[in-house]
Design a protein around this ligand. Structure first.
Ligand code: ATP
Ligand code: MG
Length: 571
């Protein structure tokens, strides 16, 4: 490929609201362009990478014995009503009507479709186990699309669904997929971890997520390698530590805190650490609002809260009107002292003393607050997400370290949730009709492109792992337009590489070398050759591997073979 015949589309500037490095680099490297919020065009360079990720995932699915199918992205409402998810899925499900006023949605996932499809195709245990997968664009009307293709509305997913005649069979199919995932992520060159996870809106019981570790990750992952433990922080139980609060030292006081709306504001206003503050959140309960109390530096775990008796599932935050009615105040200055609604406090708040909380008066807080003296001890429960240093559930004497993760894959044992809803049965070996056992397995194919960049970049741009690089080799000629020699040698190497099946980009633009080097580094092509008159005169070609600083001079003679031996050394 010659860059004069290719839509390189590299740019220097990106919009100011671009927050993370992969989003910035995908725009700058000419990989994607936004069409609407969370909806992207894939330009040639982006699509080359996406196709490579897709093919590696496809290959691993095929090796694991799964069969590729393709299901429609437009799905009729009936099957979603039958599974009960038409209402449960909420606004992430994009619904619309056809010309006959029939309800449809854009598929956010395909459990309903596959179960109705396979129910008609499979009758006997002899046809099982079976696993079907597809590569399909999903649509989820995400509340806050951001980070480019990392959290967007239309994205490419590989989804697979296994069918078995027994629970044991399902568990085996699950293990096969789990192993295939590990192998796919390894081949993609990703540094990943498999963690215990919640099964969310998809349903089922056992589930694992696969996370790529990166600071920009939206999920917290609690890890202790020594104890062999890794789980999403949402899933980590935090029992009471037994620590008691110390004796009060301060008297209760009301202080003015004008303009304070958050814990960060409060800490700045009073010059105190967040761990000395108590935050109060009002959520919907079965009989009116319930106040949840957390240490200011802790985060609410919505799953744990929603699972408490008397609290609405899924968890719902109360609105400003209800908050005003229950507390007489507004978000930013509410607190538990004198509050006459049910209160549940996280275990860790029990050990707090002389703490600061909202005074239930606008722009005012209470300082020197102590349990028993100023307010009765409330009910305590496990309400928060795990943080660095919390005890590891496998071995409480070991601390967890909490890292950020990007979820790139998710495997679930669904059990019979969908097969029961659709009465998907088969005949077992005894001739009885049994409900099929299902598993479902998703990989965020387009998200992986962004996740790989989060893990592989430097200040100059992307550093692709070879297996997913858009091109393996780039040739940068110096004075291509002016020197026949340079043009000839460059073209010859280009043609030979192309013939050998090695994807190559020849930058034959009439630009300064610096511009070309910058673009090739930005795009992240693993192997770079520089062809110049000076080199040719000495029978040499300059070689550099992206991500290293060393420039080598290689003999021009046999350069294609030399390159071939250097490619795939790490792949
Ligand atoms: P998340 O917690 O990130 O919203 P999810 O639990 O909703 O993910 P699944 O339903 O398990 O995701 O979907 C399978 C995979 O699809 C995820 O592991 C993720 O890699 C990818 N994915 C999900 N939502 C998005 C999105 N909005 N944009 C890009 N990829 C996504
Ligand atoms: Mg989601």
């Amino acid at each position: 490929m010659k860059s004069t015949e290719y839509l390189l589309a590299t740019v220097r500037q990106v919009p100011a609201d671009v927050e993370i490095v992969s989003h910035r680099l995908m725009l700058r490297a000419g990989m994607i362009r936004q069409l609407a919020s969370g909806i992207y065009n894939w330009l040639p360079t982006g699509l080359r990478v996406l196709n490579k990720v897709e093919n590696i995932v496809r290959d691993e699915m095929n090796r694991a014995g799964a069969q590729e199918v393709l299901m429609p992205s437009v799905q009729p409402a009936e099957i979603w009503r039958e599974s009960g998810r038409w209402d449960f899925f909420g606004p992430e499900l994009l619904r619309f009507k056809d010309r006959h006023e029939r309800d449809f949605c854009l598929g956010p996932t395909h459990e309903e479709v596959i179960t109705t499809l396979i129910n008609n195709e499979i009758q006997s245990y002899r046809q099982l186990p079976a696993n079907f997968y597809q590569m399909q664009w999903k649509f989820r009307d995400e509340i806050r699309p951001r980070f480019g293709v990392m959290r967007c509305r239309e994205f490419l997913m590989k989804d697979a669904y296994s069918f078995d005649a027994s629970r044991q069979g399902m568990e085996q199919s699950y293990q096969v997929m789990y192993d295939a995932y590990c192998s796919a992520f390894r081949r993609l060159g990703l540094d990943f971890v498999a963690v215990a996870a919640d099964s969310g809106a998809i349903g089922g019981s056992v589930s694992n997520e696969f996370h790529v570790l990166a600071d920009s990750g939206e999920d917290g992952i609690g890890i202790n390698t020594e104890a062999g433990f890794a789980a999403n922080v949402e899933m980590i139980d935090l029992p009471p530590s037994g620590a008691q609060s110390s004796q009060p030292n301060k008297t209760l006081a009301v202080v003015d805190t004008p303009g304070v709306r958050s814990i960060a504001d409060l800490c700045e206003c009073l010059s105190i650490p967040a761990s000395k503050t108590l935050k109060t959140l009002l959520v919907r309960g079965d009989a009116g609002p319930v106040a949840l109390l957390l240490r200011g530096d802790h985060e609410l775990n919505q799953l744990k809260a929603a699972n408490l008796p008397g609290i609405a599932t899924p968890l719902q935050m109360e609105n400003v009107e209800t908050i005003a009615e229950a507390t007489g105040s507004e978000v930013g200055s509410i607190g538990p002292v004198g509050l006459e609604i049910p209160i549940i406090a996280d275990y860790s708040t029990r050990a707090m003393s002389d703490f600061v909380c909202g005074a239930n008066q606008p722009d005012r807080h209470l300082t020197g607050v102590n349990w028993q003296r100023d307010l009765p001890e409330p009910e305590f429960a496990d309400l928060r997400k795990a943080v660095d240093g919390d005890p590891c559930p496998n071995d409480p004497s070991l601390p967890l370290s909490v890292k950020r993760g990007i979820e790139v894959g998710h495997v679930f044992q669904l059990g019979t949730k969908y097969s029961e809803a659709f009465d998907a049965t088969c005949i077992d070996s005894a001739g009885d009709s049994v409900i099929m056992w299902m598993g479902c397995y998703g990989i965020g194919v387009s998200r992986i492109v962004a996740a790989a960049i989060e893990q592989n970049h430097d200040e100059s741009g992307i550093i692709w792992p070879e297996p997913i690089a858009p091109f393996l080799v780039c040739i940068v000629p110096i004075n291509f337009q002016q020197s026949d020699n340079v043009a000839q040698v460059s073209l010859k190497i280009h043609d030979e590489l192309a013939k050998a099946g090695i994807e190559v980009l020849l930058d034959d633009r009439d630009d300064r070398p610096g511009v070309k080097f910058a673009d090739m580094d930005l795009i992240g092509i693993p192997h770079r050759l520089v062809v110049s008159d000076r080199g040719i005169a000495k029978g040499q070609i300059e070689y550099k591997r992206r991500g290293t600083d060393d420039v080598e001079l290689l003999p021009a003679e046999g350069i294609v073979d030399t390159l071939r031996s250097r490619i795939n050394r790490h792949g």
